[in-house]
Design a protein around this ligand. Structure first.
Ligand SMILES: Cc1cc2nc3c(=O)[nH]c(=O)nc-3n(C[C@H](O)[C@H](O)[C@H](O)COP(=O)(O)OP(=O)(O)OC[C@H]3O[C@@H](n4cnc5c(N)ncnc54)[C@H](O)[C@@H]3O)c2cc1C
Length: 353
């Protein structure tokens, strides 16, 4: 039997937005066996199931969730040499800190990302030049289709930018454990890929620095953008970036540049990063800002963060509908200005943009 079960349980306190109505039933599972039992029970009875980790990437309807919400609170941090296995319920940022303390490299620049270890493969979490697809070796998951626990090697996870097979097929797998291979670089970080981090550390991109310094620097940079959770700071009542960076085909990119030139003049060059196969990634934050939605935008209860253009925030009294109204306004405004359609990064439950 699951250790903790509640009925008509508010979900808002389990999310970083503090938004969403109640779940018919809320189960908190602290072992893999409890997770599997709860999932099996829901599946056998045909009850809709919502998996919740840290709730930092969830937008839940004001009406709540008519089904079983399963909060994964399993624990387990097992480090053997450079091999790390984390239980799905482990706090991700704390786990990063422990690997840095152990002198290992590979995930130090993902310090401060809220949420659970088990959610990291879902959208291939990443920041400051690292993402988990580079260090995950295997994901141990309960396969709801076969009713078995399976070990999925990295190559079968279909990782791409903020995406994976788990996000593609969200009702199939429940992640139980995530395995990583880290690097022992004598206490140094992995080569720094992100120019902003390198600049802040006074080194060149590609250099290594003590992993602890890399972690601290990233945490400082993140805090300055409201990207480290702080219950007192409404700028962090968010899901981090609300929109993913658009990846455009060569033709879409050319059309985009024409719109930019018409609107902002021929000398304005929007950010552009090669994204493979001739695709170009541009910056959602740039698009939002240049479409006129600057930091702090909004007069209502949901507003753009005062510290980061890409974070939509609950100023304390917002509803999910307030948040979605703002998100739609931003998405439609960017489309009208530049012809590019922004896509939301957080997972929506019972609502859509
Ligand atoms: C302030 C802030 C900053 C952020 N910065 C970043 C960032 O820099 N980079 C980044 O990539 N993300 C960032 N995020 C988004 C978020 O932290 C990540 O997506 C994180 O991995 C979500 O973890 P979670 O446990 O909170 O997932 P939840 O929000 O609980 O769930 C997210 C999705 O994953 C599913 N899920 C959760 N656990 C499991 C599991 N064990 N098995 C199967 N499905 C599961 C849920 O059903 C849901 O669909 C940020 C969020 C906030 C609030």
């Amino acid at each position: 039997m699951p250790v903790q079960e509640r009925h008509d349980a508010p979900l808002a306190p389990l999310t970083t937005f503090r938004l969403g109505g109640p779940a018919t039933r809320l189960i908190t599972a602290v072992t893999d066996a409890e997770v599997i039992d709860a999932v099996r029970e829901a599946d056998e009875s045909g009850t809709p199931l919502l998996i919740i980790g840290g709730g930092s990437n969830l937008v839940i309807s004001d009406k709540g969730f008519d089904g079983t919400a399963l909060r994964i609170a399993t624990t387990g941090f097992d480090l053997q040499g450079t091999r790390l296995e984390l239980a799905a319920g482990e706090n991700w940022s704390d786990a990063v800190a422990r690997t840095v303390e152990a002198g290992l490299a590979g995930i130090e620049c993902m310090a401060g990302i809220p949420g659970s270890a088990g959610a990291t493969p879902i959208q291939n979490v990443g920041a400051y030049g690292q993402d988990v697809s580079a260090t995950i070796t295997e994901v141990v998951a309960y396969d709801r289709r076969s009713g078995e626990t399976v070990v999925i090697p990295n190559a079968d996870c279909a990782f791409s930018y903020r995406h994976s097979r788990f996000k593609e097929d969200p009702t199939r797998y429940v992640v139980l454990r995530v395995r990583f291979e880290l690097e022992d670089a004598g206490g140094l970080s992995a080569p720094l890929k992100y120019p902003e981090t390198a600049r802040a550390l006074g080194v060149e991109a590609g250099d290594r620095v003590p992993a602890a310094r890399a972690r601290e620097t990233v945490l400082k940079l993140r805090a300055g953008k409201g990207m480290v959770l702080d219950p007192e700071d409404h700028d962090t009542w968010s899901a981090g970036s609300f929109f993913t960076n658009p990846v455009l085909t060569a033709a879409e990119h050319a059309a985009f540049l024409t719109r930019v030139a018409e609107r902002l003049g021929p000398d304005v060059a929007p950010p552009a990063f090669p994204a493979g196969d001739g695709m170009v990634k541009t910056s959602a934050a740039w698009l939002i800002d240049r479409a006129g939605f600057t930091k702090g935008y909004g007069a209502g209860r949901a507003r753009i963060s005062t510290k980061h253009t890409l974070a939509l925030t609950n100023r304390g009294e917002a509803s999910t509908e307030d948040l979605l109204a703002l998100a739609r306004e931003v998405r439609d405004g960017v489309h009208a200005a530049f012809g590019v359609t922004l896509v939301n990064e957080p997972v929506t439950v019972g609502v859509s943009l």
